[in-house]
Design a protein around this ligand. Structure first.
Ligand code: NAP
Length: 267
Protein backbone atom coordinates (compact mmCIF):
# COMPACT_ATOMS: atom_id res chain seq x y z
CA UNK A 1 0.00 0.00 0.00
CA UNK A 2 1.48 3.41 -0.89
CA UNK A 3 1.84 5.98 1.88
CA UNK A 4 -0.94 8.59 1.62
CA UNK A 5 0.70 11.96 2.21
CA UNK A 6 -1.07 15.25 2.94
CA UNK A 7 0.98 18.43 2.65
CA UNK A 8 0.16 21.63 4.56
CA UNK A 9 1.34 25.01 3.26
CA UNK A 10 1.29 23.47 -0.21
CA UNK A 11 2.06 26.68 -2.09
CA UNK A 12 4.91 27.71 0.25
CA UNK A 13 8.58 27.23 -0.58
CA UNK A 14 8.81 23.93 1.30
CA UNK A 15 5.26 22.89 0.32
CA UNK A 16 6.14 23.03 -3.41
CA UNK A 17 9.38 21.11 -2.87
CA UNK A 18 7.51 18.46 -0.89
CA UNK A 19 4.86 18.10 -3.61
CA UNK A 20 7.62 17.59 -6.19
CA UNK A 21 9.31 15.00 -3.95
CA UNK A 22 6.06 13.09 -3.26
CA UNK A 23 5.05 13.06 -6.93
CA UNK A 24 8.50 11.67 -7.83
CA UNK A 25 8.68 9.32 -4.82
CA UNK A 26 8.15 5.57 -4.76
CA UNK A 27 5.57 3.88 -2.52
CA UNK A 28 3.79 7.15 -1.77
CA UNK A 29 0.86 9.15 -3.09
CA UNK A 30 -0.17 12.80 -2.72
CA UNK A 31 -3.48 12.38 -0.87
CA UNK A 32 -4.18 16.05 -0.09
CA UNK A 33 -2.70 19.54 -0.40
CA UNK A 34 -3.68 22.23 2.11
CA UNK A 35 -3.37 25.96 2.34
CA UNK A 36 -5.05 28.59 4.52
CA UNK A 37 -8.25 30.47 3.73
CA UNK A 38 -7.49 33.41 1.46
CA UNK A 39 -4.47 31.77 -0.17
CA UNK A 40 -4.60 32.55 -3.92
CA UNK A 41 -3.79 28.95 -4.88
CA UNK A 42 -6.88 27.37 -3.25
CA UNK A 43 -8.82 25.28 -5.79
CA UNK A 44 -5.84 24.91 -8.13
CA UNK A 45 -4.26 21.57 -8.96
CA UNK A 46 -1.33 21.05 -6.56
CA UNK A 47 0.80 19.46 -9.29
CA UNK A 48 0.61 22.64 -11.38
CA UNK A 49 2.73 24.37 -8.72
CA UNK A 50 5.60 22.14 -9.80
CA UNK A 51 4.87 21.81 -13.49
CA UNK A 52 2.39 18.92 -14.02
CA UNK A 53 -1.24 18.49 -12.93
CA UNK A 54 -1.80 15.52 -10.58
CA UNK A 55 -5.55 15.66 -9.89
CA UNK A 56 -5.25 16.86 -6.25
CA UNK A 57 -6.82 20.27 -5.63
CA UNK A 58 -5.46 22.60 -2.94
CA UNK A 59 -8.03 22.97 -0.17
CA UNK A 60 -8.51 24.73 3.17
CA UNK A 61 -10.87 21.99 4.41
CA UNK A 62 -8.33 20.39 6.72
CA UNK A 63 -10.56 17.75 8.29
CA UNK A 64 -11.77 16.41 4.94
CA UNK A 65 -8.21 16.46 3.58
CA UNK A 66 -6.88 14.50 6.53
CA UNK A 67 -9.50 11.78 6.18
CA UNK A 68 -7.78 9.34 3.86
CA UNK A 69 -4.25 10.53 4.71
CA UNK A 70 -1.69 8.51 6.69
CA UNK A 71 0.68 11.40 7.42
CA UNK A 72 0.52 15.18 7.32
CA UNK A 73 3.78 16.90 6.42
CA UNK A 74 3.57 20.39 7.86
CA UNK A 75 6.03 23.21 7.10
CA UNK A 76 3.85 26.27 7.84
CA UNK A 77 3.67 28.55 10.89
CA UNK A 78 3.36 27.56 14.59
CA UNK A 79 -0.32 28.58 14.97
CA UNK A 80 -1.32 26.65 11.84
CA UNK A 81 0.73 23.58 12.79
CA UNK A 82 -0.83 23.46 16.27
CA UNK A 83 -4.32 23.51 14.77
CA UNK A 84 -3.34 20.76 12.32
CA UNK A 85 -1.77 18.62 15.07
CA UNK A 86 -4.97 18.83 17.16
CA UNK A 87 -6.94 17.47 14.17
CA UNK A 88 -4.33 14.80 13.46
CA UNK A 89 -4.72 13.66 17.07
CA UNK A 90 -8.48 13.43 16.64
CA UNK A 91 -8.23 11.54 13.33
CA UNK A 92 -5.18 9.35 14.07
CA UNK A 93 -3.05 10.91 11.32
CA UNK A 94 0.72 11.07 11.97
CA UNK A 95 2.20 14.58 11.73
CA UNK A 96 5.69 15.22 10.38
CA UNK A 97 6.45 18.72 11.65
CA UNK A 98 9.07 20.93 10.00
CA UNK A 99 7.68 24.28 11.17
CA UNK A 100 10.05 26.22 13.44
CA UNK A 101 9.57 29.05 15.93
CA UNK A 102 7.32 27.33 18.53
CA UNK A 103 7.17 28.89 22.00
CA UNK A 104 7.25 26.70 25.11
CA UNK A 105 3.43 26.39 25.16
CA UNK A 106 3.46 25.21 21.54
CA UNK A 107 6.16 22.62 22.25
CA UNK A 108 4.16 21.38 25.25
CA UNK A 109 0.99 21.06 23.12
CA UNK A 110 2.93 18.90 20.62
CA UNK A 111 4.39 16.68 23.37
CA UNK A 112 0.87 16.31 24.75
CA UNK A 113 -0.53 15.24 21.36
CA UNK A 114 2.25 12.63 21.17
CA UNK A 115 0.55 10.81 24.08
CA UNK A 116 -1.99 9.65 21.47
CA UNK A 117 -0.22 9.65 18.10
CA UNK A 118 3.27 9.15 16.67
CA UNK A 119 4.81 12.49 15.66
CA UNK A 120 8.10 13.15 13.87
CA UNK A 121 9.40 16.66 14.43
CA UNK A 122 12.74 18.24 13.55
CA UNK A 123 13.96 21.81 13.15
CA UNK A 124 15.92 20.48 10.20
CA UNK A 125 15.04 17.29 8.30
CA UNK A 126 18.24 17.27 6.23
CA UNK A 127 20.10 14.00 6.75
CA UNK A 128 23.42 15.90 6.41
CA UNK A 129 22.44 18.35 9.15
CA UNK A 130 21.50 15.54 11.48
CA UNK A 131 24.84 13.86 10.87
CA UNK A 132 26.33 17.29 11.73
CA UNK A 133 24.44 17.23 15.07
CA UNK A 134 26.10 13.88 15.79
CA UNK A 135 29.55 15.27 14.88
CA UNK A 136 28.92 18.28 17.15
CA UNK A 137 28.05 16.02 20.04
CA UNK A 138 31.32 14.11 19.57
CA UNK A 139 33.38 17.32 19.16
CA UNK A 140 31.86 19.04 22.19
CA UNK A 141 32.34 15.98 24.43
CA UNK A 142 35.91 15.35 23.26
CA UNK A 143 37.11 18.96 23.43
CA UNK A 144 35.56 19.57 26.84
CA UNK A 145 36.27 22.84 28.66
CA UNK A 146 38.57 25.56 27.33
CA UNK A 147 36.85 26.13 23.98
CA UNK A 148 34.55 29.08 23.30
CA UNK A 149 31.53 28.05 21.24
CA UNK A 150 30.11 30.37 18.58
CA UNK A 151 27.23 29.43 16.25
CA UNK A 152 26.72 31.34 12.99
CA UNK A 153 23.77 30.82 10.65
CA UNK A 154 22.82 32.39 7.31
CA UNK A 155 19.44 32.19 5.53
CA UNK A 156 17.44 33.90 2.76
CA UNK A 157 16.07 37.40 3.27
CA UNK A 158 12.44 36.19 3.70
CA UNK A 159 13.05 34.05 6.79
CA UNK A 160 11.06 35.54 9.69
CA UNK A 161 12.56 33.88 12.79
CA UNK A 162 16.07 34.03 14.23
CA UNK A 163 18.26 32.28 15.16
CA UNK A 164 17.14 29.41 12.94
CA UNK A 165 15.62 26.37 14.63
CA UNK A 166 18.65 24.40 13.40
CA UNK A 167 21.11 26.83 15.03
CA UNK A 168 19.17 26.59 18.31
CA UNK A 169 19.23 22.79 18.08
CA UNK A 170 23.00 22.90 17.48
CA UNK A 171 23.23 25.05 20.61
CA UNK A 172 21.20 22.52 22.59
CA UNK A 173 23.36 19.63 21.33
CA UNK A 174 26.66 21.26 22.35
CA UNK A 175 25.20 22.58 25.61
CA UNK A 176 23.90 19.14 26.57
CA UNK A 177 27.16 17.44 25.59
CA UNK A 178 29.11 19.80 27.89
CA UNK A 179 26.65 19.77 30.80
CA UNK A 180 25.19 23.25 30.27
CA UNK A 181 21.64 24.58 30.03
CA UNK A 182 21.29 26.60 26.82
CA UNK A 183 18.62 28.82 28.39
CA UNK A 184 21.19 29.94 30.99
CA UNK A 185 24.24 30.30 28.76
CA UNK A 186 23.00 31.54 25.34
CA UNK A 187 23.96 34.98 24.01
CA UNK A 188 21.98 36.31 21.04
CA UNK A 189 24.09 38.93 19.22
CA UNK A 190 26.44 41.51 20.74
CA UNK A 191 26.45 45.30 20.75
CA UNK A 192 28.26 48.11 22.56
CA UNK A 193 30.63 47.55 25.47
CA UNK A 194 30.02 43.88 26.03
CA UNK A 195 32.92 43.18 28.37
CA UNK A 196 35.16 40.13 27.99
CA UNK A 197 33.69 36.88 26.79
CA UNK A 198 32.34 34.89 29.70
CA UNK A 199 33.39 31.26 30.11
CA UNK A 200 30.73 28.69 29.28
CA UNK A 201 28.55 31.00 27.16
CA UNK A 202 27.33 29.85 23.74
CA UNK A 203 26.86 32.75 21.32
CA UNK A 204 24.68 32.98 18.20
CA UNK A 205 25.11 35.26 15.15
CA UNK A 206 22.57 35.59 12.35
CA UNK A 207 23.01 36.58 8.69
CA UNK A 208 20.02 37.19 6.36
CA UNK A 209 20.28 37.81 2.62
CA UNK A 210 19.19 36.99 -0.93
CA UNK A 211 18.16 33.41 -1.62
CA UNK A 212 20.58 31.60 0.74
CA UNK A 213 18.95 28.24 1.51
CA UNK A 214 20.70 27.67 4.86
CA UNK A 215 24.30 27.61 6.16
CA UNK A 216 25.35 26.73 9.71
CA UNK A 217 28.82 26.84 11.27
CA UNK A 218 29.75 25.95 14.83
CA UNK A 219 33.20 27.15 15.97
CA UNK A 220 35.04 25.67 18.92
CA UNK A 221 37.70 28.30 19.59
CA UNK A 222 40.51 27.36 21.93
CA UNK A 223 43.93 28.78 22.76
CA UNK A 224 46.02 28.05 19.68
CA UNK A 225 43.44 26.20 17.61
CA UNK A 226 39.94 26.48 16.18
CA UNK A 227 37.67 23.67 15.02
CA UNK A 228 34.82 24.58 12.66
CA UNK A 229 32.00 22.27 11.65
CA UNK A 230 29.95 23.60 8.72
CA UNK A 231 26.90 22.40 6.84
CA UNK A 232 25.59 24.18 3.73
CA UNK A 233 22.24 23.52 2.04
CA UNK A 234 22.12 24.35 -1.66
CA UNK A 235 18.53 23.24 -2.31
CA UNK A 236 15.38 22.70 -0.24
CA UNK A 237 15.09 19.19 -1.69
CA UNK A 238 17.33 17.79 1.07
CA UNK A 239 14.75 18.82 3.71
CA UNK A 240 11.92 17.28 1.67
CA UNK A 241 13.80 14.00 1.16
CA UNK A 242 14.50 13.77 4.90
CA UNK A 243 10.88 14.61 5.80
CA UNK A 244 9.62 11.83 3.50
CA UNK A 245 12.10 9.39 5.04
CA UNK A 246 10.70 10.41 8.46
CA UNK A 247 7.11 10.00 7.17
CA UNK A 248 7.79 6.43 6.01
CA UNK A 249 9.59 5.64 9.28
CA UNK A 250 6.99 7.10 11.66
CA UNK A 251 4.22 4.93 10.13
CA UNK A 252 5.72 1.89 11.85
CA UNK A 253 6.04 3.51 15.27
CA UNK A 254 3.81 3.59 18.37
CA UNK A 255 2.62 6.92 19.84
CA UNK A 256 5.42 9.27 20.92
CA UNK A 257 7.47 12.23 19.82
CA UNK A 258 10.40 11.34 17.55
CA UNK A 259 13.13 13.30 15.77
CA UNK A 260 15.65 12.62 13.01
CA UNK A 261 18.07 11.01 15.50
CA UNK A 262 15.40 8.34 16.00
CA UNK A 263 14.78 8.06 12.24
CA UNK A 264 18.52 7.69 11.53
CA UNK A 265 19.05 5.24 14.41
CA UNK A 266 21.42 7.51 16.34
CA UNK A 267 19.74 6.62 19.67
P1 NAP B 1 6.65 29.84 3.24
O1 NAP B 1 7.22 29.83 1.86
O2 NAP B 1 6.22 31.16 3.81
O3 NAP B 1 5.40 28.83 3.25
C1 NAP B 1 4.53 28.72 4.33
C2 NAP B 1 3.23 28.13 3.84
O4 NAP B 1 2.38 27.95 4.97
C3 NAP B 1 2.47 29.04 2.86
O5 NAP B 1 1.76 28.24 1.95
C4 NAP B 1 1.54 29.79 3.79
O6 NAP B 1 0.37 30.30 3.17
C5 NAP B 1 1.17 28.69 4.78
N1 NAP B 1 0.74 29.25 6.06
C6 NAP B 1 1.06 30.43 6.64
N2 NAP B 1 0.46 30.59 7.82
C7 NAP B 1 -0.30 29.50 7.99
C8 NAP B 1 -1.18 29.08 9.00
N3 NAP B 1 -1.39 29.82 10.10
N4 NAP B 1 -1.83 27.89 8.85
C9 NAP B 1 -1.61 27.14 7.76
N5 NAP B 1 -0.81 27.48 6.74
C10 NAP B 1 -0.14 28.64 6.87
O7 NAP B 1 7.66 29.22 4.31
P2 NAP B 1 8.75 28.06 4.09
O8 NAP B 1 10.07 28.65 3.72
O9 NAP B 1 8.18 26.96 3.24
O10 NAP B 1 8.94 27.56 5.60
C11 NAP B 1 7.83 27.11 6.37
C12 NAP B 1 8.30 26.68 7.76
O11 NAP B 1 9.18 25.56 7.65
C13 NAP B 1 9.09 27.75 8.53
O12 NAP B 1 8.79 27.64 9.91
C14 NAP B 1 10.55 27.35 8.28
O13 NAP B 1 11.43 27.83 9.30
C15 NAP B 1 10.41 25.85 8.32
N6 NAP B 1 11.47 25.08 7.63
C16 NAP B 1 11.86 23.94 8.26
C17 NAP B 1 12.77 23.09 7.66
C18 NAP B 1 13.09 21.77 8.33
O14 NAP B 1 13.85 20.96 7.78
N7 NAP B 1 12.49 21.50 9.50
C19 NAP B 1 13.31 23.41 6.40
C20 NAP B 1 12.88 24.60 5.78
C21 NAP B 1 11.94 25.42 6.39
P3 NAP B 1 0.32 31.88 2.76
O15 NAP B 1 1.36 32.03 1.72
O16 NAP B 1 -1.09 32.07 2.28
O17 NAP B 1 0.64 32.65 4.03
Amino acid sequence: MPLNVAIAGASGRMGRTLIEAVLRGEDMKLAAALDIAGNPHLGKDAGELVGAACGVKITDDIERALNGSDVLIDFTRPDGTLRHVALCRKLGVRPVIGTTGFDDAGKTAISDAAKNIAIAMAPNFSVGVNVTFKLLETAAKSLGKGYDIEIIEAHHRLKIDAPSGTALRMGEVVAQATGRDLKQCAIYGREGVTGERKDDTIAFSTIRGGDLVGDHTVMFIGMGERLEITHRSSSRMNYATGALRAAQWVMGKPRGLYDMFDVLGFR
